[in-house]
Design a protein around this ligand. Sequence first.
Ligand code: HEM
Length: 441
Amino acid sequence: MTTTTDRSQKLPLPPGNFGLPLLGETIEFLRDPDFMEKRQKQHGSIFKTRIFGADSIVIIGAEANRFILSNNQYFAISWPQSTKVLLGPNSLSLQEGSQHQSRRKLLSHAFQPKALAGYLPGMEKVTQEYLQKWESISNLTWYPELRNYTYDIASTLLIGTESGSQTSLSKLFKDWCDGLFTIPIPLPWTKFGRALRCRKELLAEIEKIVLRRQKQQEPGKDALGLMLQARDEEGNGFSLPELKDQVLLLLFAGHETLNSALGTFCLSLAQNPEVREKLRAEIRQVVGNDSLTMEHLKQMNYLEMVIKEVLRIVPPVGGGFRKVVKSCEFNGYSIPEGWGVLYQIARTHEDESVYSQPEKFDPERFSPERNEDKKPFSYLPFGGGMRECLGKAFAQLVMKVFAVYLVRDYNWELVPEQNLELVTIPTPHPKDNLKVSFHRL
Ligand code: HEM
């Protein structure tokens, strides 16, 4: 009998280059926003490279995504060493097997429909406060402001700490994030070294929040409250080190990606005023001057399409890392055990066989008539399979609440002669941080 392993070992490796002896192509991967596109043009939709110290294979396209994300017998989660160390050993995104499943199940309660409806008033309050602040500033560099906004949303709703962006925690996050995808040299002046120091300080601050909450009589229904109440079969709760790593992950995952998504929303609507007008008409018709409800949101089909297009055209997470735990094959190439594998969200979203004029911002591509993302795994801003984004529904809700109040009541124009080129690491954002003039309608 020939096993998959025997057969795959006889197949060729995909084309591609490993780059420099130790570093491989890591520097190019980190610096060049077109790293994947250039190699795809040169080698095709499957190629080998070496990044973050691992011989790796990149596979692009809907079929590849399905193969990687639904075959857990071949692939396990893996992150670059820098990300692993900075997230910490007890983080859900590093946990595996039954521990991952049970933690995920528990945390998912904080993102179920009933919980989400409960978050709506809190989201509205934070959103209104920021919109009024931006109106008073008028000439806005938006990206850092959006970072504070998404941070406040995450810290208020997930761990019950209001105005979190004004605390030392939020300031530490920026340097911590800058170290996530780096070469892990722990020296004081490297990005990684700085981020390591920030991790220590972040955990100390988070510990204070956790201990304060542990003393409260009512643990609360937010994500931290759920973790504080959780008990396993033997009646044991989360250890303090695990609580701290999980809070760190939720705060990070809960604001950094949203920051990028909202930035793309603001930029795309400034560049496409006809989309903004159409969206405004829908909001005025469905919501009018009332407060937003979950029922309103269900009725806004155009809003749904615009948000989908924002996450297609610049997905905040460009792809994901896995390691091969059992050799296998894909399209006639060997995928050897021990190697890294990357699935590609950004390149899949630019596939011309799926999306017409993929470079164009065109929300109507998701209308029922065109339905361009009908092929499974061709649209995956939140990943897929058992590691699909836990905060997907929360993120979509924040984006919609933000969009409704912003577009209904305000206008904004891009300041001329700014650099809108995208920097992609840690999440995509324009080089000059998006400068706009901002005013009430
Ligand atoms: C637009 C915003 C967001 C995008 C585009 C996004 C995208 C993603 C993607 C692509 C993954 C899977 C990575 C992989 O396959 O390796 C992921 C995982 C995850 N996301 Fe999000 N995310 C967003 C917002 C959020 C929010 C708001 C939260 C929490 C409040 C969150 C929490 C998580 C967690 C905990 C995981 C790890 C899940 C696991 O390993 O089981 N994300 N996200």
